[in-house]
Design a protein around this ligand. Structure first.
Ligand SMILES: Cc1cc2nc3c(=O)[nH]c(=O)nc-3n(C[C@H](O)[C@H](O)[C@H](O)COP(=O)(O)O)c2cc1C
Ligand code: SF4
Ligand code: FES
Length: 558
């Protein structure tokens, strides 16, 4: 086998620690894993101890430290795909690998096209509606499969498309197409208004972040501006939560909207630089964003420079302080707060971190005004929310709806409800550390924060429908196991507690639990949620709590 030319691969990267993840990703792309020689070359290039480089590399899920046997075939077995035959596909993929030889089969948590499952992957490229025959055909070709095309459904009431309105109508490869549809008019207006007026507009519009915490954007900007520069803006395009793929959609189909939004927000912050942190697997989104950024740059539409950074896996990598660590070249672990990123973020400087959907709302507010923005939604949560609807529903997909719409309207009117002959049992809201809302409680309006007393949150906007084919306790065991695996390990209650909860739930499901198991399960959430550092651990027991509250029939009587 030809030796990898590490020097040439790394030559383009400045010899600074902030380049650690780009360097690891570059070696990984060349070798399909991180060899000991590759890690050594990175350490030498960045003047870092080899042990430190190794320790950091092990904290990113997507970085393999063992050489795979030939081509890599991935099968998603997360909740949506699981309800579309993922386990049967996984068995078939393993048989195919035995038959053909020279390929490695891995199980994936989510491949982020949850509305077209089951989803598999060959050479890092997704195959939607995957079957054993399609996998065989993909492996027969030496080329990776093409990127899947994901058209949006034609909008129909009660959907209200705002941030999604240009997706599918503008050409994502063309700046002219975006400009003909009104692109960059808001940027010019924001430049004329100046930072204080833009922040006032965001304040009176009551724009709240869409990444899950629903915190007002204007307050972040105002707070960060109290501290001396240089200030940084980070665009959180990690979107690593199973069941959610709306931001990939926005970046793939209307990249200039996000660029315009990040420029306006960063101008309001008077930021020195923007870091656009894109999920490590979202290749199509990254390709289109990079092309659009080059076009905008060439046309003088980037007053603030933008640097694209790619992640390398792990649900926790979407947590804002993990992104800061990742950009600086540290382990994928959250930081203690305070200080908040707005006070001391990247390299100790004030940093505002915003979600993609949040920023896509900004040009619309600048262009159409606060009254227009507040004309849909509720008083506390004006505007719209993009929802990724997946699982056992007839019309899964990406939908944009006003805040205040009920989950039932989303699942039944837009999603078409359960499949013929099946019964809808629950909707998982808020991702793997969210809650399961039973079918008879779906009349809850969507808003930030807790959704009534269900242990569910709207979170990033993922909704996974579960029907009567999947026992709720099995779904809860799957979610708890996921949260346990994704724990970064920094806090003992999250690391050990979630693993223990998963073992206990598994034993209860199989009927092998000892009599104290339920009492232990009831005691663990308090310590895990109360003693964990970041939102992952703080919410990880939610699926169990919602099982306990809303599906008592799935548990043995005490
Ligand atoms: C475990 C975990 C994962 C997260 N993942 C994401 C993510 O993928 N994208 C995102 O925008 N926010 C994510 N967040 C929330 C961010 O920490 C942060 O609140 C958000 O990016 C702020 O942007 P916003 O104010 O525009 O919502 C995550 C939080 C936690 C605790
Ligand atoms: S709560 Fe869990 S994921 Fe978050 S820092 Fe602690 S161990 Fe890591
Ligand atoms: S792609 Fe399978 S659940 Fe997301």
């Amino acid at each position: 086998m030809a030796r990898t030319d590490y020097a040439t691969i790394l030559a383009a990267l400045p010899r600074e620690r902030t380049q650690l993840l780009p360097a690891l990703r570059a070696i990984h792309a060349a070798e399909s894993y991180l060899s000991a020689d590759g890690l050594r070359a990175v350490a030498r290039h960045l003047f870092m101890p080899e042990s430190t480089v190794y320790g950091i590399a092990t904290s990113y899920n997507e970085l393999r430290l063992e050489q795979p046997n030939g081509r890599v075939v991935g099968v998603c077995t997360c909740l949506s795909c699981r309800q579309h035959g993922a386990h049967e596909l996984l068995t078939a993929a393993r048989s195919l690998a035995d038959e053909l030889g020279g390929c490695t089969v891995v199980e994936h948590e989510c491949l982020f096209i949850c509305d077209a499952g089951p989803v598999a992957e060959v050479d890092g490229r997704c195959i939607t509606g995957a079957t054993p025959e399609r996998l065989r055909a993909a492996l027969a070709s030496p080329e990776p499969p093409p990127h899947p095309i994901r058209p949006l459904r034609t909008p129909r009431p009660p959907e209200v498309r705002r941030v999604l309105r240009r997706c599918g109508t503008v050409d994502p490869h063309s700046l002219e197409s975006a400009r003909a549809a009104g692109g960059y008019q808001a940027l010019a207006r924001a430049q004329a208004l100046g930072p204080p007026a833009v922040i006032r507009l965001l304040d009176t519009s009551r724009l709240r972040g869409r990444g899950g915490a629903y915190f007002p954007l204007d307050i972040k900007l105002q707070t960060a501006r109290r501290y001396a520069g240089p200030r940084y803006y980070v665009v959180n395009a990690e979107e690593g939560e199973p069941g959610v793929s709306k931001e990939r959609y926005l970046m793939e189909y209307d990249p200039h909207l996000l660029i315009e939004g990040m420029q306006i927000a960063a101008l309001a912050l008077e930021a020195a630089r923007i870091y656009l942190y894109i999920n490590g697997q979202a290749d199509l989104a990254a390709e289109r964003m990079e092309l659009a950024l080059a076009q905008a740059q060439a046309s003088g539409l980037l007053p603030i420079p933008v640097e694209v950074r790619r992640g390398a896996g792990g649900y926790v990598c979407g947590e804002e302080s993990v992104i800061l660590n990742s950009i600086e070249g540290h382990r994928a672990e959250p930081r203690l707060k305070p200080p908040l990123p707005v006070e001391q973020g990247l390299w100790g400087q004030p940093t505002v971190i915003s979600n993609v959907e949040t920023l896509c709302n900004v040009p619309l507010i600048v262009q159409h005004g606060r009254l227009w923005y507040r004309s849909v939604g509720t008083k506390d949560f004006p505007g719209t929310k993009v929802i990724s609807l997946g699982g056992a529903v007839r019309r899964p997909g990406t939908y944009e709806v006003p805040f205040g719409m009920t989950i039932r309207t989303i699942v039944e009117d837009l999603g078409g409800g359960a499949h013929e002959g099946r019964q809808l049992r629950a909707v998982l809201c808020g991702g793997p550390s969210g809650g399961l809302i039973p079918a008879d409680r779906l009349d809850i309006p969507i808003a930030g924060g807790p959704l009534a007393d269900t242990h569910a949150m709207l979170g990033a906007g993922g909704m996974v429908v579960i029907d009567d084919r999947l026992p709720i306790i099995e779904a809860v065991e799957h979610l708890s196991a996921y949260n346990a695996r994704e724990s970064c390990g920094k806090c003992t209650p999250c690391r050990e507690g979630m693993a223990h909860m998963t073992r206990l739930i598994g034993a209860v499901r199989r009927g092998t639990a000892d009599p104290l198991a339920l009492a232990q399960l009831d005691a663990l959430p308090e310590v895990i949620t109360g003693a964990s550092l970041c939102g992952l651990g703080q919410a990880a027991p939610m699926p169990y709590l919602s099982l306990r509250r809303s599906f008592p029939d799935e548990l043995p009587r005490r």
